[in-house]
Write a protein that binds this ligand. Structure first.
Ligand SMILES: NC(=O)c1ccc[n+]([C@@H]2O[C@H](COP(=O)([O-])OP(=O)(O)OC[C@H]3O[C@@H](n4cnc5c(N)ncnc54)[C@H](OP(=O)(O)O)[C@@H]3O)[C@@H](O)[C@H]2O)c1
Length: 216
């Protein structure tokens, strides 16, 4: 990442915050974005190589302003990490349509808008990397999380569309990344602690018969 210009969305918590903590020391110039990114701007953890900008990725006006700022300050963009997302419980029978739109705007329209402005820049320099953060829920569906799962399914398709549109630029790479089950504010129940998993296995497997049953 040395000397690269990197745009990271969803930098204020969870996986995005962890990525930011690494990227801040990568030698690249980082534009770190979320709706409240400027809350981090006085943190002594980050050097001048990180620029914090507030942006709602679901708003075209906000994304357009973000790119004009990036281009005026850096003149280029090498890496786009689409990480920002929302996830609310919304069983279909009681779903709020406003909340559905909010999730679709952030999780699906957001990556569309950032790619809309990033891909022409990357195409002109014939190189770039786009990583869209997807989820197993977009492949399998999740009861009670229809907007999140649907948006992630859409993002898998959108990533494939973008990669195929850019197929004539061999140095422009567009991929989807699936992080797995990580404990964050979005997923506070996360994976269980290793010790708890071991204990659960022990509880299932106390006699030779139980062990044989599990092996079978
Ligand atoms: N955690 C998991 O187990 C898991 C599994 C698979 C995939 N993922 C994916 O990994 C990514 C990160 O998830 P996470 O668990 O780290 O979530 P998180 O802790 O809730 O972080 C979400 C980030 O997105 C930002 N954000 C939300 N709406 C935004 C908007 N409209 N515009 C700009 N930024 C916005 C939030 O900041 P502000 O509130 O300041 O805007 C926050 O920084 C997501 O794409 C998620 O779908 C997570």
């Amino acid at each position: 990442m040395r000397d690269k210009t990197i745009l990271l969305t969803g930098c204020t918590s969870g996986i995005g915050k962890a990525l930011l903590d690494d990227l801040a020391y990568s030698g690249g110039r980082v534009f770190a974005v979320s709706r409240t990114a400027s809350s981090l701007k006085n943190s002594s953890l980050y050097s001048k190589s990180v620029r914090f900008l507030d942006c709602d990725v679901g708003s075209e006006e906000s994304v357009r302003r973000l790119f004009s700022q990036i281009m005026s300050e850096s003149g280029t963009l090498d890496v786009l990490l689409n990480n920002a997302a929302l996830r609310y419980p919304d069983p279909i029978a009681t779903a709020s349509f406003l909340q559905w739109q909010d999730v679709l705007h952030t999780n699906l329209s957001g990556p569309l808008l950032t790619m809309k402005y990033a891909l022409p820049i990357m195409a002109a320099q014939t190189a770039g990397l786009v990583i869209n953060t997807v989820s197993m829920e977009g492949l399998n569906g999740t009861p009670g999380f229809s907007s999140y799962a649907s948006a992630k399914a859409g993002l898998i398709a959108l990533t494939k569309c973008a990669a195929r549109e850019m197929v004539y630029y061999p140095h422009l790479v567009i991929v989807a990344w699936m992080p797995g089950n990580i404990r964050t504010p979005m997923n506070p129940d996360g994976p269980e602690e290793p010790a708890a998993a071991v204990q659960r296995f022990r509880d299932l497997c106390r006699t030779p018969d139980e062990y044989a049953f599990l092996r079978a």
